[in-house]
Design a protein around this ligand. Sequence first.
Ligand code: NAP
Length: 248
Amino acid sequence: MTLQGRTALVTGASRGIGAAIARRLAADGATVAVNYSGSRSAAEALVAEIVGQGARAVALQADVSDPSACTTLVESTIAEFGRLDILVNNAGITRDGLLVRMSDDDWDAVIRTNLGGVFAMTRAAARPMMKARSGCIVNITSVVGMMGNAGQANYSAAKAGVIGLTKTTARELASRSVRCNAVAPGFIATDMTSKLSDEQRDAIATQIALGRLGSADDVASAVAFLCSDDASYVTGQILAVDGGMTFA
Ligand code: NAP
């Protein structure tokens, strides 16, 4: 129970990687705020599951692409549980397409959600964490933020932006003992990657040293480590959880 007594807020925790992170942080002893955008029943079912296992949790709706909703989300978490120790910026979307055909709307939606959301959530959480002189922020970026990916100009630009934002946040908040790191997943089996055909999946697996797609739990384990005191001397780092897809 490495996170006993801590309160965590996980964005986009109704499904996929975010849900696995919320489950894992609760299993490690944290009280968890489960943010969702549209999937209310999935978020409430996850909260019931966590509460059933003896931890505290609440589902909070907010669209992270709306900066004022981010401020309210942080305030609601603190109002509910009295503190905020851990922020995991996980919420993300894709609107894929080749860049010559990409619409302004698809560009804007992904940048606003995947990069703007991380900025607005971090800005809202930074003040209470700095005041408490402790805190931990983990951003979920992607290996495509480092490598690029055909068909994902918007997504890879947003994820690269999250890497720069992570390092800047780490530098600005370190003097108040607030750490900020990022996890960069490779290909993880979730709704986001479910549209891939078996053929595409097999082709991807050949690019991965460990020979398989990752699971949401693989990502959650890395996040749990970065949130724990075992990582108390780790800040400003980007940890790839990609089965050895990108190492040099
Ligand atoms: P997913 O299965 O599609 O789930 C996305 C989650 O984000 C859902 O809980 C969704 O909530 C939430 N969300 C979307 N837009 C939101 C918004 N505007 N405000 C609040 N929540 C919002 O995706 P995933 O695969 O778990 O991905 C999670 C994170 O990992 C994302 O940042 C993604 O970019 C990153 N990632 C994924 C992979 C992969 O292979 N899957 C690889 C690298 C990085 P609702 O259902 O309520 O809308």
